[in-house]
Design a protein around this ligand. Structure first.
Ligand code: B12
Length: 274
């Protein structure tokens, strides 16, 4: 379930059961600290997440791209953080649409129309996030690599993950495909990432993860952690892969990244891809 603060409408993360994509409410620590009297004054301001999500769902089903900026503006004006709209509202809608398709309630064309709409929402939010800007502190830096797996068309999850990390001060370099073992070694030495992240949407893509884990075994210690998430991991469709850490939800994932050490550089940093 997706948990939001009932008062300030901040997204709190996922709570069990993870395969239920409805919204539940709690009270975040900051609101709790305000005390009940103050909260009771603010409850009238509490915004209606389900109404916003309902508007997204309707517009997505009809492919109403013109409605997208209006809904995003409305949600932001209602106090939602842009990235929370993607992780807390759009992601569960996409899961719901996947179930609708699986059970024959919608066609594949409708599913694709919906995902095009969500892509549009993603682009609007990305613009918003990048224009607001996140300052990467010089003293506290974290870099991760994101690898796209060959044949995985489910790119939205990885893009949302990248934006979510960015909003938490973690820089993500995206690679269109996993590099060779030699190139991987060079990149790790040049850029010292804390982790290599992979999104696994379909079970059949796991062979690529085995391959990357194998390549990483060839790297000298200390080496970055290999972390895998995405639909197949969230739904426990894959048996453990030696050398890879499975992460089911984004809740606390940023803390996990910060807790990892970055691999010591042997050479001066250069621009990624150089
Ligand atoms: C949209 C969609 C598509 C779009 C993708 C568009 C795009 N640009 O991304 C298109 C139409 C291309 C597509 C194609 C296919 N799809 Co599809 N698709 C979906 C759908 C509806 C939503 C996926 C999505 O974007 N979810 C939202 C994102 C944000 O969620 P996410 O990827 O899980 O990522 C979140 C977290 O998991 C996490 N995360 C993601 N990666 C990582 C990595 C790390 C390290 C961490 C920590 C976290 C993390 O962060 C994200 C934000 O919260 C799902 C339904 C579902 N239940 O997921 C089916 C689904 C994934 N597809 C499925 C299938 C079968 C296919 C196709 C084979 C056939 C088809 N249905 O069209 C093809 C295969 C294409 C290919 N070669 O990859 C199945 C997979 C079933 C299975 N057992 O594996 C699903 C589950 C549908 C279903 N119910 O059967 N699909």
């Amino acid at each position: 379930m997706l948990r939001w603060c009932a008062y300030c409408q901040e997204f709190q993360g996922e709570v069990a059961p993870l395969d239920v994509y409805t919204t539940t409410h709690g009270v975040c620590e900051a609101c709790l600290a305000k005390g009940m009297d103050q909260l009771n004054c603010e409850i009238g301001e509490a915004h209606r997440l389900r109404a916003i999500q309902g508007r997204l769902y309707q517009a997505g089903k009809t492919g109403d791209l013109a409605a997208a900026p209006l809904i995003v503006r409305f949600a932001i004006a209602a106090g939602l953080s842009p990235v929370d709209i993607l992780v807390g509202l759009v992601t569960p809608l996409l899961y719901r649409v996947g179930d609708d398709w699986k059970s024959g309630r919608i066609t594949i064309a409708e599913q694709q129309r919906f995902s095009t709409f969500c892509d549009h929402i993603y682009e609007l939010i990305k613009l918003q996030v990048k224009s607001t800007g996140v300052t990467f502190s010089a003293g506290r830096q974290a870099l991760v690599f994101l690898f796209h797996l060959p044949g995985n068309d489910h790119s939205l999850g990885l893009r949302i993950l990248s934006l979510w990390l960015h909003s938490r001060g973690i820089e993500a370099h995206e690679f269109p495909a996993p590099p060779s073992a030699e190139r991987l070694l060079e990149l790790v030495e040049e850029h010292s990432p804390r982790a290599i992240l992979i999104s696994l949407a379909l079970e059949r893509q796991k062979t690529h993860v085995y391959e990357i884990a194998r390549r990483m075994e060839g790297l000298p210690h200390p080496r970055p952690s290999l972390i895998v998430g995405g639909y197949a991991i969230k739904n426990r469709l894959i048996a453990p892969i030696p050398g890879a850490l499975f992460v089911q939800t984004m809740t606390g994932f940023d803390d996990l990244i910060w807790s990892l050490r970055s691999v010591k550089r042997r050479t001066e940093p250069q621009a990624v891809g150089s």
